[in-house]
Design a protein around this ligand. Structure first.
Ligand code: HEC
Ligand code: HEC
Ligand code: HEC
Ligand code: HEC
Length: 401
């Protein structure tokens, strides 16, 4: 029987869940795309034979993987499986093991193997584990916790109340991280900060600098001795790099607005006498005497600092909401062309998301998503989806209208 692309409608039924018993109607792009979704019982039986001869070694006859890096196939959406098999065969999705497995198989065999694995019950047992997903702490919360030891000097929210100690608000995370690295490596000399920086892990530096960047930018609560008006006139020479209002446009150059005045004077002195190595700043600071430094410091300290352009990262639940728009509720796709994520192996999900991010696996839909995911997001999403309950679907072909 021939079906035209236009008359084909599919209804989707979730098995064993009344909450999902609403039939979902799918508009196919082309009949061939969806071929595997309306396979017959005979196709499934033929597919089992293909699986037995070519796939069991890695995917098992039950489609439930026991090996790292090998995905579960049981209950995966049929049209998606077929599409991926064709991608492996065409070399569009590069993988040695899979390339070799499908090399000599006809499209008919691939279609039937897809129908077979899609017809199986998905991995059971996942689902309840979702509650115990080892969600890594929110980076901002983790940053706050890690910054507890810094608060005594830099202020709880990074606004200094201690003359000589810089505020950490209003500064780009990249600049703060570079400063921490310089203290640790000794390029920037400070007997106080060297041990502090050495005790913080790279991951915590990332979290701490993010935490400070998201705090309200407020002027340091410290006095400034110099002449602001004189400082303002002299600051014309600095505006090109540090910004007209002391707010820098690039992470490599620190903002100066609202910074503690005594620290600014000390930093300029350090550039002048070589305690801090930076050729540009050394040249500029060398021409300044103590009074000029104090005046510049007083001027910059009086300006209003601005929060750097950093957005709070999305929590895993907020990401998942976006992923579910395509991958279905809790990763249970209702579109036969889109993969289910629920119950999939955690290590596989992780590897695949990394592959999209590096461009090793190509998909326009996924590239837009995965470009902006951090390593922590990927780990958390893989943990989250691997613990969702996987639901099988049945696609029922509706008569054409
Ligand atoms: C030698 C081991 C091996 C054999 C044999 C094998 N596979 Fe795979 N399969 C893998 C690995 C490893 C991956 C993951 C590759 C990747 O990351 O792209 C995979 C991935 C897949 C995928 C992609 C799943 C997804 O969620 O995107 C499908 C579909 C698949 N295999 C089907 C089959 C079928 C059907 C057969 C038999 C015709 C088969 N495989 C034989 C190892 C194997
Ligand atoms: C005992 C007081 C003290 C503690 C605790 C402390 N700092 Fe500092 N910090 C300072 C002082 C003083 C300076 C200025 C050093 C200099 O002159 O280079 C400084 C400088 C910095 C700078 C450079 C800022 C800039 O504008 O270039 C950063 C970044 C920084 N600290 C981060 C931290 C972090 C993160 C912690 C906690 C892990 C911490 N500090 C703990 C006193 C402290
Ligand atoms: C050509 C660009 C440029 C100009 C012009 C410039 N700076 Fe800088 N400034 C920098 C860079 C880059 C750094 C960061 C250097 C480092 O990593 O130590 C810096 C750092 C500083 C710091 C240390 C801030 C901190 O938080 O630790 C102070 C203070 C400073 N500049 C003041 C000035 C003043 C005052 C002038 C004008 C007299 C000036 N700068 C002109 C590029 C410039
Ligand atoms: C606009 C729709 C869309 C959104 C939103 C989306 N995806 Fe996808 N996703 C796809 C498509 C289409 C594919 C199949 C692409 C291919 O052929 O490689 C896919 C594939 C995947 C795969 C590979 C599955 C497998 O079995 O190999 C994973 C994992 C995945 N997506 C995770 C996510 C996560 C996590 C998010 C949210 C951060 C997300 N997706 C958001 C459309 C989307």
């Amino acid at each position: 029987m021939k079906r035209s692309a236009h008359s084909l409608l599919l209804a989707v039924l979730f098995l064993g869940s009344s909450a999902f018993a609403q039939p979902a109607v799918v508009q196919p792009g082309s009949a061939d795309d969806l071929k595997a979704a309306y396979a017959t019982a005979q196709d499934v039986a033929d597919g089992k034979r293909v699986a037995q001869s070519s796939c069991v070694g890695c995917h098992g006859l039950n489609g439930i993987s026991t090996a790292k890096g090998v995905p579960h196939l049981a209950g995966q959406r049929a049209a998606y499986l077929h599409l991926e098999l064709r991608n492996y065969k065409a070399g569009v999705r590069g993988n040695e093991a899979m390339g070799a497995a499908v090399k000599f198989l006809s499209d008919d065999s691939l279609f039937k193997a897809s129908a077979y694995y899609a017809s199986l019950d998905p991995v059971s047992g996942a689902g309840e584990g979702a509650k115990s997903a080892p969600a890594k702490p929110d980076p901002v919360q983790a940053g706050k916790a890690a910054a507890a030891g810094c608060a005594g000097c830099h202020g709880e929210t990074g606004v200094s109340a201690m003359p000589g100690t810089p505020s950490l608000v209003g500064l780009d995370p990249k600049y703060l991280a570079a400063a921490m690295k310089a203290y640790k490596g000794g390029q920037r000399k400070s007997d106080i900060m060297k041990p502090m920086a050495a005790a913080v892990t790279d991951a915590d530096v990332g979290n701490i600098t993010l935490y400070y960047a998201l705090q309200k930018a407020t002027r340091a609560q410290t006095p400034a001795a110099g002449d602001k008006a004189a400082g303002k006139a002299a600051a014309a020479a600095c505006a090109g790099c540090h910004g007209e209002q002391g707010v820098s446009a690039t992470p490599a150059t620190p903002s100066l607005a609202g910074q503690d005045a005594q620290y600014l004077v000390a930093a300029l002195g350090a550039y002048k006498n070589g305690g801090r190595g930076d050729e540009t700043m050394k040249g500029l600071a060398s021409s300044l005497d103590d009074a000029a430094m104090k005046n510049l410091a007083a001027y910059y300290a009086s300006l209003q600092p601005q929060s750097p352009n950093v957005r709070k990262p999305l929590a895993t639940a907020e990401w998942a909401e976006r992923c579910d728009r395509c991958h279905g509720i809790n990763g249970n796709s209702t579109d036969p062309r889109l993969p289910a994520l629920a119950g999939q192996r955690e290590d596989y999900l992780q590897a695949v998301l990394q592959a999209y991010r590096t461009g090793k696996r190509k998909s326009p839909a996924m590239a837009a998503m995965s470009d902006v995911l951090t390593d922590a997001d990927i780990d958390n999403l893989a943990a989250y989806y691997s613990r969702q309950k996987a639901r099988a679907v049945v696609y029922v072909t509706l008569p054409a209208k």
